[in-house]
Design a binder for this molecule. Sequence first.
Ligand code: GTP
Ligand code: MG
Length: 674
Amino acid sequence: MKDIAVADVRNFVLLGHTGSGKTMLCDAFLCKLGLTDKMGQVGAGTSLSDFTEEEIGRKISLYSQSFTGLYKTRLEQKIQMTFVDVPGFDDFYGQVLCASRVADAALITIDATAGIQVGANRAWRRCVALGLPRGIVITGLDKENADFTKILGDIQKVWGPKCVPVVFPTPGGMVEVLGATAPAGVAAADWQAYKNALVERAAETDDALLEKFLGGTELTADEIAKGLRAAMCAGGLIPVFAVMTPKDSGIDELLGGIVRLFPSPLERTIKDAAGTAVNPAAEAPFVGVVWRHVTDPYAGKLSYVRIYGGTLKENTEIFNATKGHKEKIGILLKPQGKKPAPIAEARSGDIVALPKLKDTGLNDVLCAVGQKAALDPVVFPSPVVSVAVLARNQADDDKLGVALTRAVEDDPTLVVERHADTRETVLSGMGDTHLDLVHELMKKHSHLDAEFKVPKVAYKETVTGLGDGHYKHKKQSGGRGQYAEVYCKVQPKRADEEEWFVDAVVGGVIPRNFIPACEKGFLEAIPHGVLAGYPVVNVKVSVYDGSYHDVDSSEIAFKIAAARAFHEALTKAKPVLLEPIMTVRVMAPQQSMGDINGDLNHRRGRILGVDAEDGMEVITAEVPQAEMFRYSSELRSLTGGRGSFEIKFARYDVVPNMIAQKVIAGAEKKKVEE
Ligand SMILES: Nc1nc2c(ncn2[C@@H]2O[C@H](COP(=O)(O)OP(=O)(O)OP(=O)(O)O)[C@@H](O)[C@H]2O)c(=O)[nH]1
Ligand SMILES: [Mg+2]
């Protein structure tokens, strides 16, 4: 923002498990920053952050929203707070990846009554991967059974003693640990212990301070303040705050702590792809990155840019360094929920929305014309849940492609693919809620009620033995007749064999010029196996005998004979059905492992191993894809929302006989119906 020094900017992201109070905290901040008179409420649908119909209906955040406001400290110093409220719901983890990448620090919310949940763990891991300084906010302290000491102990057990409280609850309200007087109603020893822990963290940042501290000399307030800030920036201190958001308790202390401890953009080193630090000064050449991109059907395109260095002015030209072309900037918007406000310029540390850029998308790096810039792009996880998308009528079919393209355009965790084998359009995303949202938005923006159903499994067929086939094609129905006779063999193709077709005809029993017709006949028959009509893979076919007629033999006659002979050979070559097998990694608390194991066994899963990661257990298993389509909601109910999983294709394997019989019976039934 103009008139605010970059050193007085605090840019941070709110991360944490779904329902842990991020949006409520965000609404409380907005009240303190004077952006609203009355604090919004998620439950009442009045939140300034969760303001879309989709969010109000579900009572969770679905989109990252950024806000900027001025906070006046007790000493009347003006500090710019720029923060992003990010969805905690697992399905929207892609947004955690984007928003955390552009923040200078993170605040991880933990509900005291729920404990450290999987969303907090994931947020922590992301911060570690980015080297992002972070603080923890304990929410829900107004709830019955909330126990600050217990949750603090749990936090320190999982993430270590560098998690030190800077604000804690007392019967008289929230108290700053470094406050001047001993708080009423708190054991002096507790207060002293918190204080010592903080001072120690500060002292550890500097050898001279540490010597002083260990020598028993008290550090000055200034030394402590500087030390704590340095400790937080270097990852040696994770400040823990306490709030009772519904009672407006602890919010001022939290904002004050952010001012004192969180780094300004000048204190965060952002390295470009070549490892060179970006100059964060407002006077430096402009560098920014698009971390959110929205294509609104009414308002058009909006690119949310974090400025890493320099100043951006309205009505100027910039360079899209990722795509290699210039972009004209018209107006600049300061994002603040539903109604972004126009501003004349934005500077290092700011988040600004740029409307209607010509060809700029998510992850694109922008810089001043004549400059170069490259930053590593965010890498997104693969989707875990898929649905087949069908139009209900021809008119909808025409709209469907456009609607799907629009849906995936701004969300790299959504993927649309046309599956040639099953002839379905398959939409994949990060969970059922993610795909539900796409369905709802298609209805809202494209007036399209598409059918989302479980995708077909792309079964395949192969052979396990040697089979012989023969067919004589002979027709005499007036005029010129048709004649061709083919003998062939089918057997499994070894991985080291390149050729699938062998011409073993000797003595010209099938003339040379008809051999390509035989090959074509086999090729056209291969996509339709004899068990359930699925494509046949890994087979080797050899034509070794046959006969012809001087006048009646033709290319078409040999094609027909070859295809029929092939089918007979397939039937005799012990055909089997193959199904896709997926590698699945399930992460959940230890107490859910028994249920998860049992469920995976039930799904014909084969457990490959169990590991521990950040206080969670991780099961790796191989499970047939056919059993995994509805896993997302099942895992949620098995773990009370504390589990998550990743899934990727591993290989094809033989379908057990009992299951294969069902698939074959289903295919036969469908054939009869058609
Ligand atoms: N009693 C109490 N309720 C809270 C507190 N924080 C949040 N809530 C309520 O808990 C519910 C969920 O809070 P949100 O702020 O929406 O949670 P969130 O972390 O933003 O959740 P996602 O957007 O799904 O990630 C809302 O109804 C809040 O009013 C708190 O400290 N105390
Ligand atoms: Mg929220």
